[in-house]
Ligand binder design. Structure first.
Ligand SMILES: NC(=O)c1ccc[n+]([C@@H]2O[C@H](COP(=O)([O-])OP(=O)(O)OC[C@H]3O[C@@H](n4cnc5c(N)ncnc54)[C@H](O)[C@@H]3O)[C@@H](O)[C@H]2O)c1
Length: 356
């Protein structure tokens, strides 16, 4: 990936847990390491600094990436280092302020983790901050780059199973936000990022928490696109089973298995397409694509599919589903709400008090 262009300096906010304890929920996934490794594989970026409030996490990250510059305060890092690109790898509740601070500090590009924003009011605050500074923001809903998902979209929109009717997905063991937001983004992807007209949501929330916020035991969300397409996501922390993603058309279905295989069922039979050995099916590959797209944008190219314009829409779906549960009504988009906190917190307070 060598190129003659500018080398962009990069810094990470939120190193991630010092010790790798495997795949865990609620935090501790250490996504900051994935960002650091991605910068390391690209000749156009150089990781130069990290900030973390946890001294142990900070030290471990500095050692791992051989970084001299480590800061307890990310604002100090922004002022001293003045990085071109910043990765925000903390939990959702911190994103808005960190994005605003990075924009004001003159950062050119931001990779901000999902779930992108924690409250309806954040959508306009972040859009205005990015507009004012010209900062280019991307959100890593990188499944858009997996060949199996791209092929599923091609088949679904290309008439392979007739007219598109419904995307139906399950995310047991997770909420609609942490992993669920990837699936909401996929729904939009499978509909060519057309606008969503309305959202219905319902959620059962109790005391469960993770990533600094309330997480629902069970939730379901139903989306209507302007072109008539529909999508349903069912999930929740207390739900058992495997994740699913099925696209239903008038004459057949496409099922996505793992993240690298399609099972296509039609009246004339069933076939499987495997992308397991495709070079684009690896995690490093999809992260490379994401960073390459941001660099192209920073160089003056087009805003990529994971750019702010599109990602605000994915974030809006997430928030609208919860707001629908809060209001007990359908939410018509664009979202109009002055709520300034994670809607699931409000649901948790309400539902726990009703139980007493
Ligand atoms: N894109 C993906 O596929 C993907 C995968 C995993 C996690 N994530 C997301 O990444 C985010 C982080 O999750 P994780 O499990 O990697 O987290 P983690 O718990 O491993 O790391 C979070 C880090 O943020 C630090 N931090 C907290 N407050 C801070 C502050 N004010 N300033 C600087 N640092 C601060 C913590 O000390 C910790 O080191 C979550 O939103 C999660 O949903 C995304």
């Amino acid at each position: 990936m060598s190129d003659a262009g500018t080398v962009y300096t990069a810094a990470v906010i939120g190193a991630g847990k010092a010790k790798d304890e495997g795949f865990i929920k609620g935090g501790g996934h250490r996504i900051g390491y994935t960002h650091g490794e991605t910068y390391g594989r690209n000749d156009r970026t150089r990781l130069v600094a990290v900030a973390d409030i946890n001294a142990e996490n900070l030290r471990a990250y500095q050692e791992s990436f051989d970084l001299e510059q480590g800061f307890a305060d990310y604002r100090e890092m922004l002022a001293v280092v003045q990085p071109d690109i910043v990765s925000i790898c903390t939990y959702v509740g911190l994103h808005r302020q960190m994005i605003v601070d990075a924009c004001r500090a003159g950062v050119k590009g931001i990779i901000c983790e999902k779930p992108f924003l924690a409250a309806p009011v954040d959508l306009s605050v972040v859009a205005e901050a990015a507009e004012a500074s010209g900062t280019k923001i991307v959100v890593p809903h990188m499944r858009r780059y997996f060949p199996a998902f791209a092929r599923a979209k091609e088949l679904y929109t290309g008439g392979e199973i007739g007219e598109p009717l419904l995307c139906i997905a399950g995310i047991p063991g997770w909420d609609l936000s942490e992993w669920g937001s990837h699936w909401l983004d996929m729904f939009r992807f499978f509909h060519d990022d057309q606008p969503v007209e309305w959202v219905f949501g319902q959620a059962r929330v109790r005391g469960q928490r993770g990533y600094g916020h309330a997480m629902e035991e069970h939730a379901v969300a139903y989306f209507g696109f302007v072109n008539g397409g529909k999508a349903i996501l069912d999930g929740g922390m207390k739900m058992a089973g495997e994740w699913t993603m099925t696209l239903v058309g008038t004459t057949g279905t496409i099922r996505i298995r793992r993240e690298d295989e399609l099972v296509i069922q039609r009246a004339d039979g069933q076939r499987t397409e495997s992308y397991t050995d495709h070079p684009g099916s690896s995690y490093p590959a999809i992260w490379n694509y994401l960073l390459a797209d941001l660099i192209t944008w920073l160089d003056g190219g087009e805003e990529p599919m994971l750019g702010l314009t599109n990602m605000l829409k994915t974030s809006e779906l997430n928030l609208a589903a919860y707001l629908s549960a809060l209001r007990g009504d359908r939410i018509d988009l664009p979202l109009v709400s002055d709520l300034s906190e994670w809607p699931v917190e409000v649901l948790a307070r309400r539902q726990l008090s009703q139980e007493r």
